[in-house]
Design a protein around this ligand. Structure first.
Ligand SMILES: [Zn+2]
Ligand SMILES: [Zn+2]
Length: 364
């Protein structure tokens, strides 16, 4: 065995035997939870991913920034969100909720066969693991695309998702800045579909993780684009930054674009793709949402919940369309708001922008 492989396996065995097995035994859940070895593998992959973000993406932000910042004050909170999600929320959900639930329902295992199992429906796919993985991935990414469209279209869901968009300093840590209720809704939908098509619960966390690194890169403040061909196949930083653009009062629909997470194909098929537009400042024009930037994690979670509660209780919270929030957390249609006046009343936007190679000039 090669030395790095041996080191990896030895560490995994050690972590499994000395850390996870005793904890599972202590909690009396060893029988319902995946093997300690699986959990050790998850944490080791996560540690490598966080190291790539910290040691590669982060220095690239300093070397080739799209936006030049005098400080990185607002990025620290997003780093905390990432560490809490990857080392806490996601493994807890996967190993303590999802896999016991699946074994309770009689599913899971290596031969996981969902109701609409891809292997079952298209048997030759089972003989081509790479194609099978891409097929799983395509379904998984499409479900995310649909969920993401709804997060923007339904006001009570936007009340939650707007926390992700309120960040003015979008960085390599911003991917996991989410409301935990939003995360839970999203995870339940995506995990349910994954199980239906036959993804084993142990593979669910790995499926999420493998998309995570690309999404960390896509939020990064790096002047990187994949080029005219590859950018149509795989979401790149320029593409996702356009999704985060703050509303342009002159072109109020421009920001309704680029919802895809991994494959731009979904945006191209459904007419929501935007390529080649100059990078605009990120964030949300609505002052009630922009105020998230002055709060810590607990306050952000609570205020977002108040927006959600204000929206979910009234009819306007269920009527599809762009909304902002009044001071008593009631959704107000953006069509009824003077966006130019709103923009003029906001804190000036930061950042000299270097833009991406190949960008169009800004429209004003
Ligand atoms: Zn979004
Ligand atoms: Zn994002």
């Amino acid at each position: 065995m090669h030395e790095p492989t041996l080191l990896w396996t030895t560490t995994a065995h050690w972590l499994a035997a000395c850390c996870f097995a005793p904890v599972l035994a202590h909690l009396h859940i060893a029988a319902t939870v995946d093997s300690p070895g699986e959990i050790a593998r998850y944490f080791m992959i996560t540690a490598v991913q966080v190291a790539i973000v910290a040691l590669l993406f982060r220095p690239m932000e300093s070397r080739w920034p799209v936006e030049r910042w005098t400080d990185r004050r607002h990025t620290a909170i997003d780093r905390s969100y990432t560490l809490i999600k990857l080392f806490g929320v996601l493994p807890l959900f996967t190993y303590l909720v999802l896999s016991p639930l699946t074994s309770l329902l009689g599913g899971g295992g290596d031969d996981a066969a969902g109701l609409f199992s891809l292997q079952g429906g298209i048997p030759w796919l089972a003989r081509h693991p790479v194609l099978l993985f891409i097929a799983y991935y395509a379904v998984y990414d499409f479900v995310y695309y649909v969920v993401h469209r709804l997060q923007h279209a339904i006001p009570w869901w936007w009340a939650l998702h707007s926390l992700h968009h309120s960040q003015r300093q979008l960085s390599c840590w911003s991917n996991d800045r989410d409301h935990y209720l939003d995360d839970l809704l999203e995870a339940l939908i995506v995990a349910a579909v994954s199980l239906l098509i036959g993804v084993a619960p142990t593979d669910y966390a790995l499926l999420v993780l493998s998309g995570e690194l690309l999404q960390n890169l896509d939020h990064a403040n790096i002047r990187l684009r994949f080029g005219p061909v590859l950018e149509k196949l795989l979401v790149d930083p320029r593409y996702h930054r356009l999704h985060h653009m703050r509303v342009d009062p002159e072109r109020p629909q421009l920001h309704a674009c680029n919802y895809a997470f991994i494959f731009p194909l979904w945006d191209i098929l459904f007419g929501t793709a935007l390529f080649g537009e100059a990078a605009r400042p990120t964030g949300v024009g609505d002052p009630m949402v922009d105020a998230d930037n002055r709060r810590g994690i607990v306050a952000q979670q609570l205020y977002t919940l108040r927006r959600f509660w204000g929206a979910v209780r009234c009819r306007a919270g269920w009527r599809p369309g762009d909304v902002a929030f009044s001071e008593d957390f009631v959704p107000v249609a953006v069509a009824d708001i003077d966006l130019r006046q709103l923009e003029a009343s906001q804190t000036p936007l930061p950042a000299s922008r270097a833009g991406y190679p190949g960008d169009r000039e800004p429209a004003h």
